[in-house]
Design a protein around this ligand. Sequence first.
Ligand code: AMP
Length: 187
Amino acid sequence: MNVIIFGPPGAGKGTQAKFFVKNYNNFQVSTGDMLRDEIQKNSEIGKKIINNMNDGKFVDDEIVNKLIKNVIFDSTKKNKLVFDGYPRSLTQAKNLEVLLNESNQKIDFIFFLNVNKETIVKRIEKRKILEKRSDDDLDTILKRYDTYMETTKPVLDFYSKNKNFYEIDGDLKINEITTKIEAFINV
Ligand code: AMP
């Protein structure tokens, strides 16, 4: 089963992705983690993206698409992908469709965690203390939210027409969201 968890920063995508890792043997595909890893390694990609990441701006589609391609064509992960933070633009969504087609895969479920801005600010401030991420200060958080709204809205329109698209109130508690996801899967 391949799944997309979709929603603004701080919506709880990573947390719900881990539910799939634990219960369905999925591999978490977090482009945010992959990009932070490149910065950590001080790789060529890392050097190119550090400013955008710290400013709360998106990394170029071309770079993210290249990282994603390796994962999709990894046969050990075939049909076990849970996407968290990808796709975030229409170009990425279309790229994902092409890559999945080429590798004989499809998306089985798209879960949209819809959360309001106030909840996100509260959650990310909490996460900042727990995870010490350099892009988690309030200004950057708000910038990331606005970037998300601008760039990701077309992706929402693109997916919301699919019959495997499910919108969930992301203001609910973690376990309540998980229960809803399970219910949709088990229909
Ligand atoms: P995240 O951990 O998903 O909140 O992502 C943290 C940051 O990584 C974002 O603010 C972007 O700068 C960058 N990023 C993560 N995923 C993507 C993506 N799919 N496209 C572009 N930039 C991304």
